[in-house]
Write a protein that binds this ligand. Structure first.
Ligand code: MAN
Length: 525
């Protein structure tokens, strides 16, 4: 029974094969079933039913030309070349027997006018080799793509772990930093108090010293004016000093002298210092001093140079900036304060040298300095980790493709040079343009997003908000990505002013090629 069944099956297969083989000239195997010997033929557009004999009788019966697949009778017919060994194809039936070989198997020329060689096998071989080569390349690209996926996925995992680590580290450092800040602030309170105290005391001392110096200068002037050394300065004694000649009349009148003495006929040192000195010290000139010898008349507005004594006092008094300086000095970084202090001492001269801090204050400063140093170190460690954390978060927020395959492109740049410009692509960062002969880079856009067509989002990138185009939009760059064995910027164009288009090849864009489909023996026998 089984044997019988087997024989029946074989017979059926054989008859099917026969039916497939036996078809009118110019008919594709897929249409053979419509052309069955012994049966009327229905035009393929369904318009007519004609006798089987009318097929390929060199007379066009059907409107669609389907009754003359193997002749040139119908203007709209088409002839099917079987092209065994290569790819079957249709040609317009007008090309049948036109003396030109169109099919690689030569089947379109059968009237004997020309002899066509059958070169389908060679053609098929060539094509197969070509397709195999292409497929091999695609496979190679796909292998690299898989490496990229691996690298990208690992790198992302690593980054994610790093992120967790950094978060913990940052929290720990924050706690340490806060603690050290508290300690610093705590130690800065007694430090400030001690410093303020030192300064206040110094201000008081300095004021006293200033006063004493002023008094000494006044006494010196008084003694000099007091020509007869009776400890009284009289109007007459004042009249000797030309600088008191108010009206520049050539001599100092008694009125002029009295005016300087605030209407006193004479003064002892106490009155002189309390009432007179402040008013005359700018005018008074010590005899024999350079300034007094070449002294201009007193009413002249030019202030004569001070005497040596005055110089000290004036120098001191003329330190209007001193207070400001000191204020600034106080505002300065605490660490620098001691240095500033020394500088000031030198500026001020020995008489007004600010004393050193006492040992207790020095200890407080040192303790606060130490706390500041410790805080600064902890703070900079904290900032560094925080910066790294922000950077890591930024990277992790980027879209590197569905399988992280674009990750290896991060941090890389690729260039392409045309006749005028060198174009650059730094994936996930920017696109730029620079004149070939130098000059600055023009930004063509910052990383925006993957922007391929629907369902192929990762086939293109968009870089936007680049340098503004004069009288135009901000520059932008669209990057088409195709599969390639290497990352390579292949071309650049500017289809619209300041709108650029790159073609970039990368293994990241390669995918597993479909199985080889070219098999002529499957297409047609
Ligand atoms: C520069 C380049 C060109 C661009 C013009 C627009 O020359 O960026 O690509 O077209 O500016 O003014």
């Amino acid at each position: 029974m089984k044997e019988l069944l087997f024989i029946a099956c074989l017979a059926l297969l054989a008859s099917t094969a026969f039916a497939q083989l036996k078809r009118p000239r110019g008919v594709a195997i897929s249409k053979a079933e419509f052309y069955q010997e012994g049966r009327d033929f229905q035009c393929l557009d369904g318009s007519q039913l004609i006798a089987f004999e009318k097929i390929n009788d060199d007379y066009c019966d059907c409107d669609d030309g389907s009754d003359e697949p193997g002749t040139a009778a119908c203007p709209n017919g088409s002839f099917h070349c079987t092209n065994a060994g290569h790819k079957p194809k249709y040609i317009p039936s007008s090309r049948v027997n036109d003396g030109i070989c169109d099919c690689c198997d030569g089947s379109d020329e059968y009237d004997g006018r020309v002899t066509c060689a059958n070169y389908c096998k060679e053609l098929g071989k060539q094509m197969r080799e070509e397709l195999e080569k292409q497929r091999a390349l695609l496979l190679e690209g796909y292998e690299i793509y898989k490496e990229y996926v691996h690298k990208g996925t690992e790198a992302r995992k690593e980054k994610q772990n790093k992120l967790d680590e950094l978060r913990t580290q940052r929290d720990e450092l924050k706690a340490i930093k806060d603690q050290l800040e508290d300690k610093k602030q705590e130690l800065e309170i007694p430090e400030k108090e001690a410093k303020d105290k030192h300064r206040t005391e110094w201000e008081e001392t300095k004021a006293l010293m200033k006063e004493e110096k002023n008094k000494a200068t006044a006494k010196e002037a008084f003694d000099e004016l007091d020509a007869n050394a009776d400890q009284i300065v009289t109007v007459e004694e004042m009249q000797v000093h030309q600088e008191f000649d108010i009206d520049n009349g050539g001599e100092v009148s008694a009125e002029e002298a009295r005016e300087y003495l605030e209407d006193h006929p004479q003064v002892d040192f106490e009155v002189f210092y309390d009432k007179i000195w402040e008013n005359i010290k700018e005018v008074y000139k010590k005899p024999g001093s350079e300034s007094s010898e070449s002294a201009p008349p007193p009413e002249q507005t030019t202030t004569p140079p001070p005497t040596s004594n005055e110089e000290i006092v004036d120098h001191f008094d003329d330190l209007p900036d001193e207070e400001d300086d000191e204020e600034e000095f106080l505002e300065d970084e605490e660490d620098l304060e001691d240095e500033d202090q020394e500088e000031k001492v030198d500026e001020q001269g020995d008489d007004f040298k600010i004393p050193e801090y006492d040992e207790e204050t020095k200890k407080l400063i040192e303790a606060a300095d130490q706390a500041r140093r410790e805080f600064d170190q902890a703070d900079s460690r904290y900032r560094e980790v925080d910066r790294e954390l922000t950077e890591t978060e930024k990277v992790l927020a980027l879209d590197f493709g569905p399988n992280n395959e674009f990750y290896p492109l991060r941090g890389e740049c690729y260039e392409f040079t045309d006749r005028e410009y060198t174009y650059k692509l730094c994936p996930f960062e920017k696109a730029t343009q620079r004149n070939k002969h130098g000059g600055t880079e023009t930004n063509l856009g910052h990383w925006g997003k993957f922007d391929g067509p629907e369902n192929r989002k990762y086939a293109a990138m968009k870089y936007e908000k680049g340098q503004n185009c004069y009288n135009g939009p901000d520059r932008s760059c669209y990057v088409k990505i195709e599969c390639g064995l290497h990352n390579e910027l292949r071309s650049s164009a500017e289809p619209n002013r300041c709108e650029y288009e790159y073609v970039f090849a990368s293994p990241a864009a390669c995918r597993e090629p479909p199985p080889a489909t070219y098999d002529p023996n499957h297409d047609e026998l």
